[in-house]
Design a protein around this ligand. Structure first.
Ligand SMILES: Nc1ncnc2c1ncn2[C@@H]1O[C@H](COP(=O)(O)OP(=O)(O)OP(=O)(O)O)[C@@H](O)[C@H]1O
Ligand SMILES: [Mg+2]
Length: 220
């Protein structure tokens, strides 16, 4: 069943049609990569999924319901969104506080939060950063922290906007393994990436944005 559905979606910006009549269904648990040139509209498209950008025409459904009819936190519980720039995402002074923030706010027991936090610190190789103020982390560390923080929420679906930017070969490999694990656990993924070497390693369908339309790439 479709988890994210675009119905006849068009989007205009500054008199230009960025998208024209897009129809698309992404299944629960699917793994899809979105490719396209700089400025093609990848980020704009992905922000429509979480209701941050509203279509000029048409509808975006999330879990069978118009995304506009959800409250912000309800969307956050369904879709974890990793921004192209992780600086906009991290706002706690320390790595531990950042990881625990959302669950603490939800009233989850401290011991549960601690156990989960420890797991994420190991999974995302953040232990050496625990004494570092979050704003001093490197780009790659911030990206890993942002992704770990999103996963603390147990989302059904993940959207990642160019997560390999600023990662070296080793970190890229680790991210590729983490995404495959996450997918194997049943979480759906929409990955935005230009990085074909990275994409090829993963069990993903590839969607391409071109001239305002979105289509699956065949023979990938
Ligand atoms: N709020 C806005 N106001 C004006 N123009 C916008 C706005 N948002 C996006 N655009 C324009 O829409 C186009 C698509 O932008 P978008 O960021 O979605 O592209 P992208 O495919 O993610 O590019 P990149 O590969 O550089 O990240 C660009 O030409 C951008 O300048
Ligand atoms: Mg972008």
């Amino acid at each position: 069943m479709s988890y994210i559905t675009f119905k006849e979606v068009s989007y205009r910006v500054q008199g230009k049609n960025l998208f024209q009549n897009v129809n698309l269904a992404l299944a629960r648990g699917s793994f899809t990569t979105l490719v396209g040139a700089n400025g093609a509209g990848k980020t704009t498209f992905s922000k429509m999924i979480i209701g941050m950008v509203k279509p000029s025409e048409g509808t975006v459904l999330l879990d069978q319901k118009n995304v506009n009819d959800y409250k912000m936190y309800e969307i956050g519980n369904k879709v974890g969104y990793l921004f192209q720039n992780p600086n906009v995402q991290i706002f706690s002074p320390t790595v531990r506080e950042e990881l625990g923030f959302a669950l603490k706010y939800k009233g989850i027991a401290e011991t549960v939060i601690e156990a989960k936090t420890e797991k994420m610190i190991d999974r995302f190789m953040l232990r050496h950063t625990l004494e570092t103020p979050a704003y001093h982390l490197s780009q790659g560390e911030k990206q890993r922290l942002a992704l770990a923080t999103i996963l603390m929420n147990d989302p059904t679906y993940l959207v990642l906007d160019e997560p390999t930017t600023g990662l070296d070969q080793k970190r890229r490999q680790v991210l590729s393994e983490v995404l495959q694990q996450i997918h194997a656990e049943g979480i759906g993924i929409l990955l935005i990436s230009h990085d074909y070497a990275f994409i090829r390693k993963m069990p993903t369908d590839v969607l391409s944005i071109q001239n305002g339309g979105i289509a699956y790439e065949t023979g990938f």
